[in-house]
Design a protein around this ligand. Structure first.
Ligand SMILES: C[S@@+](CC[C@H](N)C(=O)[O-])C[C@H]1O[C@@H](n2cnc3c(N)ncnc32)[C@H](O)[C@@H]1O
Length: 386
């Protein structure tokens, strides 16, 4: 297999050329929402090397981070959706891509009436290191020997902590369009960890990328043309979803999967998928006497915290799980049962989330509950039922 450094250099060189002139081989046709393309300069649209459209899932007011922003198309679309109250940050490692994106940013800002996009130079597997800051420092203290090399390494570490390119817990949604596959295998774990780090609790990642339907063999991985062309570095469909899980995400699901492969190489199909994954399942578990009922349609489900639930049964859940289930992507699948007597969070006892247990309705109502009522006029959608 080729050396990681060589892989990254080849990727940078190929996309540096792709920033100057459109490279058709790097394109996978995508239907963007045309109303957002109207104000984007033609050279940005022409140098489009995406394979999906994560910008469709961005919302007004959000802070968005686009990994491998290229000439800036996804950032410029997202800028129009998030509006003046939101913010968009594009990160790319290739100077030529950043040059095109930065040159066009003021044009887009003028057309949309607000300046809410900026482009930063960094490697997406190391989102703490600001490469332009490092560059400036190294100009003052160039690397000339082993000692200055080690000092530069220390300096990089200091910059990561004191002036991070993207700070921890600051982003509402991380998007990316056809870039994660370009990161060398040894850094893929770091890459997903970095996405997780920069997201706020409750934030999400929406990533479009090329995946394969079989493992990519070693000889294909060492082909630089295939690598930089978004083929050899592709994770399998299963591996892609698993990478989010391993980084601590929950609620991971496929938003879009192209039925037709983009390319087939030696019988292996490469296609575009868009996946959404959420951050926020970590934290303490408290007992507030709540219960949930899985609505179906499957006989049972298993969530990312190993809660296994059968359709129609009432389960005891901690306050954290209860609140996670009330939000996307889960809320449509559950019914929620609040206790009749509220347990304030400040008084709640720890809840053992390592096992899933059923909760009898007497627990949420209270053991002594023995009320008898007349028919409730509010039932049956306001009709006069029963
Ligand atoms: C296939 S292009 C996609 C560009 C853009 N997302 C789009 O939709 O047109 C890949 C981009 O990712 C950048 N890139 C590749 N690997 C990167 C890395 N490890 N860190 C930062 N940028 C990277 C390249 O410079 C290039 O601009």
């Amino acid at each position: 297999m080729s050396q990681p450094r060589r892989t990254e250099t080849i990727v940078r060189q190929r996309y540096a050329a792709g920033a100057k002139e459109r490279a058709d081989k790097l394109c996978c046709p995508v239907d963007y929402q045309t109303e957002y393309l109207e104000i984007i300069p033609q050279e940005v649209i022409d140098r489009d090397y995406g394979c999906g459209d994560p910008s469709r899932y961005v919302r007004e007011g959000e802070t968005v981070l686009d990994l491998g922003s290229g000439t800036g198309k996804i950032c410029f679309i997202a800028a129009q959706i998030v509006g003046a109250k939101g913010k968009v940050i594009g990160v790319d490692m290739t100077d030529e891509m950043l040059e095109v994106a930065r040159r066009n940013a003021p044009i887009v800002a003028e057309r949309i009436g607000c300046s809410n996009v900026e482009f930063r130079k960094g490697r997406i597997q190391d989102l703490a290191l600001d490469l332009e800051l490092l560059d400036r420092q190294l100009k003052r203290n160039p690397i000339t020997d082993a000692a200055s090399f080690l000092a530069a390494d220390e300096l990089a570490e200091e910059l990561r902590v004191k002036q991070p390119l993207v700070a921890t817990d600051t982003i509402d949604v991380v998007v990316s369009n056809c870039v994660l596959n370009l990161v060398e295998p040894k850094s893929k774990r770091e890459l997903f960890d970095e996405i997780f780090r920069v997201l706020k609790k409750g934030g999400r990642a929406v990533i479009s990328d090329i995946v394969s339907d079989e493992e990519v063999p070693e000889e294909m991985q060492s082909d630089p043309e295939l690598w930089s062309g978004c083929i050899s570095g592709a994770l399998t469909e299963e591996g892609f979803l698993h990478a989010f899980e391993a980084a601590g995400f929950y609620g991971i699901h496929i938003l879009k999967r192209d039925v037709e492969p983009w390319r087939t190489v030696q019988g292996i199909e490469f296609r575009s998928v868009t996946v959404e994954a959420f951050k926020g399942k970590q934290g303490e578990c408290f007992e507030r006497n709540q219960a949930v009922i899985y609505r179906g349609p499957f006989k049972e489900v298993l969530d990312d915290d190993n809660h296994r639930m059968e359709r129609g049964k009432r389960y005891a859940v901690c306050d954290k799980t209860y609140n996670l289930y009330k939000k996307a992507p889960y809320q449509q699948f559950f019914e929620f049962v609040d206790p009749i007597v509220d347990v304030p969070l400040a008084e709640a006892k720890p809840f053992d989330c390592s096992r899933t247990s059923l909760r009898h309705s007497k627990e949420t109502k209270g053991r002594d509950y023995d009320v008898t009522t007349e028919a409730n006029n509010k039932c049956c959608d306001g009709g006069s039922c029963c």
